[in-house]
Each structure stands twice: as structure tokens, then as C-alpha cells.
Design a protein around this ligand. Structure first.
Ligand code: CO
Length: 220
């Protein structure tokens, strides 16, 4: 069978099954979008937000880019965040990285891959900021895993520092930020203890998450 024709066939089967088990499924989704979560993750094809968390269509708003980076001048990411917070009123924003991330590996290798080098600079900035932690690790695998986590922690801090989240806090809107890392090896999600609800300053939360990370990697 033609490769793309297979996708349409899959789609017809999926839509038919969805209606068979819940006749009002599409009618309900068409009428309203009210997800409680915004997922900011990596574009990696092995890290699909819905499947990993068992969420159905309509339950999670998603933004993905290489390396799950939140850059203060990235209109794409900021627009998704603004729509999710201001219009959809999501309750939780999670930045989700993953072990075995090509973006993290490329940032560490420093090899030139073209235009994307400029994007990966943001991850290299995280590595430089936490050079003392990475220097204390014994092998490349640990360094890659650790930088995946450090990158998530710093991106949560970036979300917290956007004007959008600041404005939501001032309005008294309920909004929690979280940082997770996904393990391709076993499908597990780890909470990096960088959750922010607005009561504690972001830098204090980050300091706590970094202390937890140091303890897990056995760094004094
Ligand atoms: Co990745």
C-alpha cells in the first residue's frame, strides 16, 4: 500500500472507532476546546505528549520545538503560551525534556549542523551556566542526561519570567509551572521538582531543584 494512503486509511479507522465508542466525541470537541494543560516539549517523534500522559484529543495544548526551549523573543512559543494562559486558561504548563535528546547531544558536541546551531546556542548557554555541575560528572551519558534536566529547569525559569506569566500572577489567575524529563528507555516521566505556583520566587524554586539534581547525581 502507498505510504501516505495508509495514513488516510488509519485516519478513517480511527475516526470510526472514536465515534463507535462515543457517538458525541467529535461534536463535543468541535464545540469547545478547554484543555487544562499546556505541554512545551521536544519535537522528537518518540515523545508524543498525548500518548505519554494518556490524554485524549482536547485535553492538552501542545508546543514543541527542538530541545524544548523557551526563548523570550520566540513569537511562536510566546503566542502559544499567551493563548493557552489568557484565552484557554490552562491550569498547568509543563516543560518536558527527554533523555537521548538530539538537540542536547548536538549542543554538547558543538559540531556545526547549519542554521540550527543558533537555536542550540540557548542550550549551550544552559551548559555554560551550570558548567561546574557538568564538570563533576564522570561520563558522557551522565552529562547528557544531566543537561537534559538542567535545560528543563532553566526553561521553566524562562516561562516564569515571561510578561505573560507575570501578568497572570498579578490577576490572581491559578497557574502552575512544572518541569519534567521523559526517559526513552522505559517510558517513564520524572518530576524535576521545579514546580512554581507564584508563592515562592522562581530563583528560589530553581535553587531547590538544582540541589535535588546535585543530590541525585552525587555532586557535593
Ligand atoms: Co529532543
Amino acid at each position: 500500500m502507498d505510504f501516505l494512503a495508509e495514513l488516510f486509511e488509519n485516519n478513517r479507522r480511527w475516526a470510526a472507532e472514536a465515534v463507535a465508542s462515543d457517538p458525541a466525541f467529535f461534536a463535543r470537541l468541535e464545540a469547545i476546546q478547554a484543555p487544562a494543560y499546556l505541554w512545551i516539549g521536544c519535537s522528537d517523534s518518540r515523545v508524543p505528549a498525548n500518548q505519554i500522559t494518556g490524554l485524549r484529543p482536547g485535553e492538552v495544548f501542545v508546543h514543541r520545538n527542538v530541545g524544548n526551549v523557551v526563548v523570550h523573543t520566540d513569537l511562536n512559543c510566546l503566542s502559544v503560551l499567551q493563548y493557552a494562559v489568557d484565552v484557554l486558561c490552562v491550569r498547568h504548563v509543563m516543560v518536558v525534556g527527554h533523555y537521548g535528546c538530539g538537540g542536547i547531544k548536538a549542543a554538547l558536541a558543538g559540531r556545526s549542523l547549519g542554521l540550527i546551531d543558533n537555536w542550540l546556542r540557548h542550550i549551550q548557554d544552559v551548559a555554560e551556566r551550570h558548567a561546574s555541575i557538568l564538570a563533576a560528572l564522570a561520563d558522557d551519558d551522565a552529562i547528557q542526561r544531566c543537561l537534559s534536566e538542567l535545560n528543563v529547569i532553566e526553561q521553566v525559569r524562562n516561562v516564569a519570567r515571561t510578561t505573560l506569566v507575570g501578568d497572570a500572577r498579578r490577576r490572581g489567575q491559578q497557574l502552575a509551572l512544572h518541569g519534567w524529563v521523559y526517559d526513552l528507555a522505559d517510558g517513564g516521566l520524572r518530576d524535576l521538582k521545579v514546580s512554581m505556583t507564584g508563592e515562592v520566587p522562581p530563583d528560589t524554586v530553581v535553587a531547590g531543584a538544582l540541589a535535588d539534581l546535585r543530590a541525585r547525581y552525587g555532586i557535593a
